[in-house]
Design a protein around this ligand. Structure first.
Ligand code: PAF
Length: 299
């Protein structure tokens, strides 16, 4: 696996591959890779001929009081994992490789960026949209792979790519969970043993909401109350918990169509998020991974 650090080097490596007719898959990451990232690299490997992973801890998506300086950086272990997974190219720029002090362009995906995680993390999705647009422009992937765990992020990225006519297909991989249900996340490394033992309550709340929907509940209000209560009882400081429309992220009056059960909260100071996405059609309820229309170039 080759490693490149500048956009120019990355373009040069990829131009050659594209001339040879290979489709390029991109797995954007901030490093501290875990099995969730590995599953996305495997997906990319199965669907495209040339797999690029990026590792960049993007300062623009962290608020002033957030964890940018302590975000885990584990480059050598990440590199070994990507090599073992058969990744072809690692793009690992530093801040100055991607951002100029003179830059003035911002990308704001309105509405869906302002709710759920965007309500508490102002400008977070603007930072995500900007860096992902830059990665799409530098790498020019046919397909890009993201985790269902960050469903809102995926919706923002899909909207940004569609609105800017960026010819990339966005594909999501299912959330990968620890044996006790906790969604894998680079931030799980922050959890002390006590918080780690309580953290699975977040998925327990989602799983219990899902069971109640399967049993016929269609009113979102009691489910939101139950999810909040379950998380609080375990010690979470709950940021949000409830059901929203899986396409617009607007509150639902009744459970029908694509339903995103989503929650965020802090346990022992660590902020965690998770979701379960359901397709509810009459009495039928099935868990799904969000899907977006394919860009025509990708087959
Ligand atoms: O999900 C992440 O790791 C980041 O938000 C992303 C998509 C790599 C952008 O920095």
């Amino acid at each position: 696996m080759k490693t490149v650090t500048t956009p120019r080097e990355a373009r040069r490596a990829i131009d050659e591959i594209k001339k040879a007719g290979a489709r390029v898959g991109l797995v954007p990451t901030m490093g501290a890779l875990h099995e969730g990232h590995a599953s996305l690299v495997r997906m990319a490997r199965a669907r495209t001929e040339f797999v690029v992973a990026s590792i960049f801890v993007n300062p623009r998506q962290f608020g002033p009081k957030e964890d940018l300086s302590r975000y885990p950086r584990t480059l050598e272990a990440d590199r070994r994992m990507l090599e073992d997974l058969g990744c072809d190219l690692l793009f690992h720029p530093n801040d100055a490789d991607l951002y100029s002090p003179a830059d003035r362009t911002r990308i704001s995906v309105e509405g869906i960026s302002d709710v759920l995680c965007g309500a508490a993390r102002r400008d977070h999705f603007q930072g995500v949209a900007l860096v992902v647009a830059k990665l799409f422009n530098i790498i020019g992937p046919d397909a890009a792979f993201f985790g269902q765990k960050d469903a809102q992020q995926a919706l923002v990225i899909q909207r940004m790519a569609a609105d800017l006519d960026i010819p990339v297909t966005i594909l999501l991989g299912p959330t990968v969970r620890e044996a006790d249900g906790l969604a894998m996340s680079s931030r799980n490394r922050y959890l002390d043993p006590e918080s780690r033992s309580k953290a699975p309550a977040m998925y327990a709340a989602l799983a219990s909401a899902r069971r109640r929907i399967e049993a016929g509940e269609r009113d979102p209000a009691p489910l939101a109350a139950m999810m909040t209560g379950t998380m609080r009882a375990a010690g979470f400081d709950v940021e949000y918990a409830g059901a929203v429309d899986g396409a617009t992220l607007e509150p639902l009056e009744r459970m029908a169509g694509t339903v995103l059960l989503a929650c965020a909260g802090r346990i022992g100071g660590t902020r965690l998020i998770d979701n379960v996405t359901l397709r509810v059609s009459g009495a039928k309820v099935e868990e799904i991974v969000l899907e977006f229309p394919e860009w025509s170039r990708y087959v």
